[in-house]
Design a protein around this ligand. Structure first.
Ligand SMILES: NC(=O)c1ccc[n+]([C@@H]2O[C@H](COP(=O)([O-])OP(=O)(O)OC[C@H]3O[C@@H](n4cnc5c(N)ncnc54)[C@H](OP(=O)(O)O)[C@@H]3O)[C@@H](O)[C@H]2O)c1
Length: 227
């Protein structure tokens, strides 16, 4: 049977590179993203949608009628610097990054559970364990994201459905806005890591590993700053 994947947030960045890789490997891919996709391929169909709009769950329900999914990956992510004088975008960041993923999981996972198989991957960040004065909504969204997927992984493994929370450091896309980007990896390297996750289906996967001690130091520095 043809393997089918739903990729959400795949018109650019890591999601776009992953789409190309899956199509080259013979997958059927459905993409949902805020923008049009540059990909034209016989095994690819694309829908333009914003995951924070009320019609999004309905769109997913329609797409899921088209046959069972072996894989769903949630790539969507946005981030803005905090402007304490205009915080109007803060809730949107959490809605798009976290609630959008939960909406996607709620549409996709019950069908996987019914079939006793499937893999849901969410793209989080090493920022999930850091407080940020610059972008608190982004870090909070990733913190909730990682925590939620960790819980889902525990709940669903006995039912034959795998959940993987991928925590990336810097990846070379338009999202990497920071002035300093230590150990930044290419999108192709990020997709290599995703493919490793598709094979091994771990509950949690962090890359690059060299960022782990760096994050620990940053965490300690933030703690001292807050005292
Ligand atoms: N790049 C990094 O350094 C880095 C590090 C750690 C984790 N991550 C995470 O990796 C994931 C992918 O990021 P990326 O670097 O590939 O970023 P990206 O190039 O900006 O890609 C994000 C994708 O999500 C789409 N999107 C944004 N808002 C959406 C919405 N409301 N509804 C539907 N689609 C939407 C974007 O469409 P448009 O292009 O039209 O906006 C784009 O296709 C994100 O969750 C990010 O937090 C990235």
């Amino acid at each position: 049977m043809q393997r089918k994947a739903l990729l959400v947030g795949n018109s650019d960045g890591i999601g776009l590179a992953a789409t190309k890789r899956l199509l080259a490997a013979g997958w059927d891919v459905i993409g949902v993203s805020k923008s049009l996709s540059p990909i034209i391929h016989k095994n690819y169909q694309h829908r333009v949608a914003d995951v924070s709009e009320s019609e999004y769950p309905e769109l997913l329900t329609g797409l899921l009628q088209e046959g069972p999914l072996a894989l769903c990956v949630y790539f969507v992510g946005i981030g803005e610097l905090l402007d304490p004088q205009d915080m109007s975008v803060e809730a949107k960041i959490i809605d798009v990054n976290l609630t959008g993923m939960v909406r996607t999981a709620a549409a996709v996972i019950p069908r996987m559970v019914q079939r006793g198989q499937g893999h849901f991957i969410g793209i989080s960040s090493l920022a999930d364990e850091l407080l940020s004065a610059e972008a608190p909504a982004y870090n909070a969204s990733k913190s909730g994201f990682s925590n939620y997927l960790g819980g889902l992984a525990l709940a669903l493994k006995p039912k034959g459905v795998y959940v993987t929370n991928v925590r990336f450091g810097f990846v070379d896309t338009k999202m990497a806005k920071s002035d300093v980007k230590p150990f930044m990896m290419s999108v192709e390297r990020a997709v290599d890591h995703l493919q490793a996750c598709m094979k091994k289906k771990p509950a949690r996967y962090t890359a690059p590993k060299i960022m782990i001690p760096l994050v620990k130091i940053l965490k300690l520095m933030t703690k001292l700053r807050g005292k």
